[in-house]
Design a protein around this ligand. Structure first.
Ligand code: BG6
Length: 500
């Protein structure tokens, strides 16, 4: 990976959870593995009053708690940390930021003021900060590039996403905007593309002629933890489905890009997301299952119901589970159902795609021959498993379900970057390939909008006990079509669910 130009990274929301749990550790690792330029500085910005020294101390302490650190490297890294207290909603206060950036440019003898602004703030500031930056000329690229990283959620629904896009585009051009979806930074999500487009043996089968259906699962064992206040206004649909899972679906469904660069890749992603079959009222009634977890004991641990979580309303109707049968309306996928589910407090944390191939046209050896299936495991036990039928040893021609698998772990020599490390590095290098473009984000919101309207007052919200695979109605979604969800284990190769 090339080392980016000398630059300053400004983190808005510098005293928040995301900064200390994800961003600073990611930057520390990049620094420790010599992937940051020789001259760089990180400037934390938020309302809380710190100075450079006290901010360094706070970050140092949290890095020590969260990560394995080397004292010398940690000291050297923290030397690059600086801080500016600022009321981020007050445009006049941004003159302090300009001043601090000038000081840093002097200190580090920067010829160009290349600046990456990371908005790790509440979404209500996503429109405000860019306008304040622009008011002080901090969007002007004549003296070095200026880029904005914006965290999810980008909007709350279709109308607010369009409005936010319009607001930001008044001050920053699309090539300056990096909308982060950390799933795109996951090595195994990117691998989906390499698997599909760098091998000749999958792509000819990758269409409605040979694929029966596709499952996409994003399950979590954790509940809402301390984020009940945020989550109750969001739900699984906005928190996981609209962004992460639709991006994974796009990787499974998209056409081959003409080149691996930001424009070609994102053209194909946008195209497939724009081809999602719009959901009708009948789809919402028949093909959508919303659920909410209820209390239970799992592996000896009592887990409270969603409504008993801190920050959640006692009568909340927010969904912590979504299951949906959906379609892509294009030549490749017409008629192939995609069953997509995500939920909190399911038995285990697994993200995977399962591609089920059609049966042989003439079952010469067995009426019930095992189906051909490709399991693409995004996390944990990252890898790929191919399942198919082979002859059972002995007399006759009995067919047995067997598998071949690849585990990322076996590439022990390769150090995998975490999603945040990869995406920060890409943004510093000006590579937007793995960031969501506005047309794709809008297409996702457009697709989910009927669900958002429906879930305002859902006629049906099913309970499921913590530690189960969601409401039974979600099973029926597939059973109606004579199919079944795969119940994945944390180990890719176990065929039955086996968490211990
Ligand atoms: C975040 C959601 O975007 O993704 C969280 O807000 C969720 O609720 C998380 O837990 C899941 O990410 P990962 O990388 O752990 O699968």
């Amino acid at each position: 990976m090339t080392i980016s130009d000398n630059n300053t990274i400004v983190i808005f929301g510098a005293s928040g959870d995301l900064t200390y749990r994800k961003l600073i550790p990611a930057l520390y690792h990049l620094y420790a593995s010599n992937q940051l330029p020789s001259t760089f500085s990180i400037l934390g910005v938020s309302r809380t009053q710190y100075d450079d020294e006290s901010y360094r101390e706070k970050m140092k302490q949290s890095l020590r708690e969260l990560e394995k650190t080397e004292p010398e490297i940690l000291d050297a890294f923290c030397h690059h940390l600086h801080y500016q207290a600022l009321n981020t909603s007050d445009v006049d206060e941004y003159s302090k930021l300009v001043c601090k950036l000038d000081q840093l440019a002097d200190k580090y003898q920067l010829e160009q003021q290349n600046t990456l602004f990371y908005l790790a703030t509440p979404p209500s500031l996503y429109g405000v900060i860019p306008s304040c930056l622009a008011a002080h000329g901090l969007n002007d690229e004549s003296n070095g590039w200026k880029r904005l990283i914006i965290e999810k959620p980008f909007g709350y629904d279709l109308a607010s996403a369009l409005e936010l896009g319009k607001q930001i585009h008044q001050y920053f051009e699309e090539h300056q905007i990096y909308r982060i979806d950390h799933y795109l930074g996951k090595e195994t999500v990117q691998n989906l593309l390499v698997l599909r487009f760098s091998n000749v043996m999958f792509e000819p089968l990758w269409n409605r002629n040979f694929i029966d259906y596709v499952e996409i699962t994003g399950s979590e064992f954790l509940g809402v933890e301390e984020r009940g206040g945020y989550y109750d206004g969001s739900g699984a649909m906005r928190d996981m489905f609209q962004n992460h899972l639709l991006q994974v679906l796009a990787m499974v469904g998209m056409e081959s890009p003409s080149a691996i660069n930001a424009d070609s890749m994102r053209d194909e992603i946008a195209k497939v997301l724009q081809s999602l079959q719009p959901l009708t009222e009948q789809d919402l009634r028949n093909n959508l299952v919303l659920g909410q977890y209820t209390e239970s004991e799992v592996r000896g641990q009592f887990l409270p119901s969603y409504r008993d979580e801190q920050g959640v309303a006692d009568d909340s109707r927010t969904e912590t589970y979504v299951g949906l049968k959906m379609f892509i309306n294009n030549w490749r996928w017409n008629g192939v159902p995609f069953y997509v589910r995500t939920g909190k407090r399911l038995p285990t944390r697994v993200t995977e795609v399962v591609v089920h191939f059609k049966k042989t046209p003439h079952p010469a050896f067995a009426e019930n021959a095992p189906e051909n299936k490709l399991v693409i495991r995004i996390q944990p036990d990252e890898g790929i498993q191919m399942r198919f039928g082979l002859k059972e040893p002995g007399s006759g021609f009995n067919v047995k379900d067997v598998s071949m698998d690849f585990h990322y772990q076996s590439l022990a020599e390769t150090q995998m970057l975490t999603a945040y490390e990869r995406l920060l590095l890409d943004a510093l290098n000006g590579d937007a390939t793995l960031f969501a473009r506005s047309d794709a984000v809008n297409a996702c919101w457009k697709f989910v909008q009927p669900i958002l309207d429906f879930k305002q007052d859902p006629q049906a919200l099913f309970g499921y006990a913590c530690g189960t695979w969601g409401p039974k109605e979600a099973d029926q979604l597939l059973e109606r079509d004579n199919r079944k969800w795969r119940f994945p284990c944390k180990n890719l190769t176990d065929t039955d669910y086996c968490e211990l």
